[in-house]
Design a protein around this ligand. Structure first.
Ligand SMILES: O=C(O)C(=O)[C@H](O)CO
Ligand SMILES: [Mg+2]
Length: 248
């Protein structure tokens, strides 16, 4: 198994370029992040070149304080597309492979239509990059527009863009829908990235209610050979949290 360090939760005590170097030193084969926009893009690109680590993904901005994405918000299309453009520009400058377009807190048919239209825009502007959508669970993100893989799969089919894919975060899927191994198998053609953390505490993927040694076997059997996103919240020092990595 190859793993990507999600620097939205790991080594957050350091500037992003230093966190990239820490991930390399710790043996990760890739990195990913949440919202890198406060970090100088040239310094981030330089750290990625120096370490040879690819940046797998980054997120569109969340919007105003308390918001969690703009792309499903009717009437906010200009801001949503500006956020998509900003994310794609940062991705281009850092050779990042995917942009996670965040939907936001919204419900209903207008939100669905707005999200689908903004996703079409993002996919059309992506210049070969992958556009990801990610269902979030209702405990961490109550009222978020996208919360089930079934909903995401229907959107991907409706939009019909070959570069629109599902970010399958096992933490969220287990909390909302369960049946993780079967969903991985069934949704594999639509999956652009996989993330892991323990459930329910969102810690290292070596405890809790999901049996990750079984998930590694399933992913091996399915031929998944891309880095898996370690998107967990270490209790304390990140380096001290990494024992699980050597046990996989
Ligand atoms: O929350 C998550 O699981 C994510 O992966 C988003 O990118 C950040 O909210
Ligand atoms: Mg995630």
């Amino acid at each position: 198994m190859k793993f990507s360090a999600n620097l939205g939760f790991l080594w957050t005590d350091r500037a992003l370029p230093d966190a990239i170097r820490a991930a390399k030193a710790a043996g990760f084969e890739a990195v990913e992040c949440h919202w890198p926009y406060d970090h100088d893009v040239d310094a981030v690109a330089s750290a990625l070149r120096q370490t040879g680590l690819p940046m797998l993904g980054l997120n569109t901005r969340r919007g105003q304080p308390g918001e969690n994405g703009l792309s499903a918000l009717p009437g906010r299309e200009d801001e949503a597309r500006a956020a998509i453009d900003e994310a794609l520009a940062y991705a281009k400058a850092t050779d990042t492979g995917a942009v996670h377009v965040m939907a936001g807190f919204a419900q209903g048919a207008d939100a669905h239509a707005t999200f689908a239209e903004n996703l079409r825009y993002a996919c059309g502007q992506a210049e070969g990059r992958t556009i990801l959508i990610e269902p979030l669970n209702g405990y961490d993100a109550p009222g978020y527009f996208l919360n089930r893989t079934t909903q995401a799969a229907a959107l991907i089919e409706e939009v019909g863009a070959p570069n629109l894919r599902l970010m399958f975060d096992c933490y969220h899927v287990q909390l909302t829908e369960g049946d993780v191994a079967r969903r991985l198998e069934k949704l594999l053609p639509l999956i652009g990235h996989i993330q892991v953390a323990s459930i329910p505490d969102r810690g290292t993927p070596d405890h809790g209610e999901l049996n990750y040694p079984h998930i590694w076997q399933v992913l091996d059997r399915l031929g998944w050979d891309r880095p898996i996103g370690a998107e967990y919240k270490p209790t304390g020092d990140t380096d001290a949290s990494l024992r699980w990595l050597s046990a996989v």
